[in-house]
Design a protein around this ligand. Structure first.
Ligand code: GLN
Length: 529
């Protein structure tokens, strides 16, 4: 037998980590993103993090921007012991002002707000932070400014408006910049972050999904132990499928995936999910056909929030019932519940939202854990969506699964406006199928972030084969987005829309009219309910 691999219980023990302390800027998560893109592992914590309570020793620290002013009463301040860790520090905007405030209080409100592009002039060509950079466009977003150099610092870069666009104390390896390197408007921003992480902090650039996999599997084994079993819901989406495949690799048949067919899935989806996970990936899968139960509970419910609640509760009910029937071979209880939580959810729950913040905790199936006394296992907690997709490819998931558009838990239940009846679900499902098939045929599926058909319970007059029709309306929605926080509608060519509309009216009984939703988010949301 081979020696067991040494297992770390935390990613930070395997990958050298840069710590990003968040002061509440809307861009903070992008700092983490950019570092991951250059294969450097980074994690974000709120700026109020006590250094003595850190679970790992970072190889460098980045202080983010933030909406406050360092000199204000109640402004957030970093634990000053970051300066005793003897690791390189980079302050961005508020982060730089914070460094200056701690080292001499030379910060005050500037005469004018600076928002937008500026040209960076690197005045100290030797400064390692600006290696390979000069005269490029940087993005500014501030009102406060440094009024003098913090003690021990020198100026290394300027812009026409900011005499202290970059400052450094090279003996202590502390750097501050007034602009935002994490946004793409800063042309060489990634270069700067790479200079900091790789050259200054000596990050090994080993954060790859290839490296992640092996350790993730070992960590699951260590967490679950040699005999316990785990359960988890799968939906056919990329997150739950990747998480399930990791569990399967780690503990084989001791992981039980439960797929609840709520009768609100897309056409043929339940069959496809079963085929991909069970036959394709060898995951120990239980499929529960609970469509009738969901539809019965939805009878007479028209309010969108109420619908979501009914669907959520029914799901928990069904899941628990099935999970309780799963008995480990040794007669013990199932010990773990798998959840496909991703890093953006984690960030959302820990990011700094100001003195009055109430920390939002994220629970998808929170109720389940209380009732069933299961321990939560979240193997994707450190990953962004694109990292999960890459992981899925490495784990051999079919392309269709890896790149599947997101699909809400309540499914077609919130795409049939008004009351959800079997007949209405059927109409929405058929129309959706035609729309998605045509999108695939046109080679647009990957370009579009999400697309679907909605059934509006509004009657509209039409004529077909000399017959007067008085039927319902289908609204098509297709959006493009990077992060789903904001989105724009997808511009199809007219011939495509014509084709889809004519197929839907001709092939789906009960539809007399098709419209295309041309609203961006905001103000509209992606889903209609
Ligand atoms: N509130 C500070 C300022 O106005 C910092 C802004 C920021 O970090 N983007 O300068």
């Amino acid at each position: 037998m081979t020696e067991p691999t040494k297992v770390a219980d935390d990613v930070t023990k395997v990958f050298d980590t840069i710590l990003v302390l968040d002061f509440g800027s809307q861009y903070s998560h992008l700092i983490v993103r950019r570092l991951r893109e250059i294969k450097v592992y980074a994690e974000m914590l709120p700026c109020t993090q006590k250094i003595s309570e850190l679970k790992f020793k970072p190889i460098g620290i980045i202080l983010s921007g933030g909406p406050y002013s360092v000199y204000e009463e109640g402004a957030p301040h970093v634990d000053p012991s970051i300066f005793d860790l003897n690791v390189p520090i980079l302050g961005i905007c508020y982060g730089m002002q914070e460094i200056a405030w701690i080292n001499g209080k030379g910060v005050s409100r500037g005469d004018k707000r600076e928002y937008g592009p500026a040209i960076l002039n690197v005045t100290d060509k030797e400064c390692p932070l600006f290696k390979g950079m000069d005269n490029s466009r940087v993005w500014m977003s501030h009102h406060d400014k440094l009024t003098e150099l913090p003690s021990g610092f020198k100026t290394v870069a300027t812009t026409s408006n900011s005499p202290y666009a970059g400052v450094s104390d090279e003996t202590k390896q502390i750097y501050g910049i007034q602009f935002h390197p994490e946004v793409t408007h800063t042309v060489q921003g990634k270069q700067l972050l790479q200079n900091f992480a790789v050259d200054i902090c000596k990050a090994p650039q080993n954060w790859t999904m290839e490296n992640f996999i092996e350790n993730a599997i070992e960590r699951i084994r260590a967490t679950v132990g040699p005999t316990a079993e785990a359960i988890g819901a799968v939906s056919g989406g990329v997150d739950s499928s990747v998480a399930a495949k990791l569990m399967r690799e780690a503990i084989g048949d001791r992981f039980h995936a439960i797929f609840v067919d709520n009768g609100l899935m897309r056409k043929d989806e339940a069959i496809q999910v079963k085929k991909a996970l069970d036959d394709g990936l060898g995951i120990n899968l239980v499929v529960v056909d609970a469509g009738d139960e969901f539809l019965t509970n939805l009878k007479g419910v028209t309010d969108p929030e109420k619908k979501r609640k009914v669907i959520g509760h029914t799901f928990i009910h069904v899941f628990e019932r099935v999970a309780n029937q799963i008995k480990p071979k040794d007669g013990s209880d199932v010990g773990f519940l798998l959840q496909g939580t991703l890093y953006p959810d984690v960030i959302e729950s820990i990011s700094f939202k100001g003195p009055s913040q109430t920390i939002k905790s994220h629970h998808n199936v929170g109720g389940l854990i209380d009732n069933m006394q299961l321990k939560l296992i979240e193997p994707l907690r450190e990953l962004f969506k694109d990292e999960v997709r890459h992981l899925g490819e490495l784990l051999g998931l079919p392309e269709e699964l890896v790149w599947r558009h997101p699909f809400p838990g309540p499914g077609i239940g919130i795409r049939v406006l008004g009351e959800v009846t079997p007949k209405q679900v059927q109409i929405a499902r058929e129309a959706d199928y035609i729309f998605i098939s045509e999108i695939r045929k046109a080679g647009l599926y990957r370009q579009i972030s999400q697309a679907f058909a909605c059934l509006l319970p509004v009657k509209s007059v039409g004529v077909m084969g000399d017959q007067r029709m008085y039927e319902q309306v289908i609204a098509l929605r297709a959006i493009e987005t990077v992060d789903f926080m904001t989105a724009d509608w997808f511009v199809f060519d007219a011939a495509f829309l014509k084709r889809v509309a004519s197929r839907i009216v001709n092939e789906v009984t009960g539809v007399s009219r098709v419209t295309y939703d041309i609203t961006s988010k905001p103000p509209a949301t992606v889903e209609w309910e």
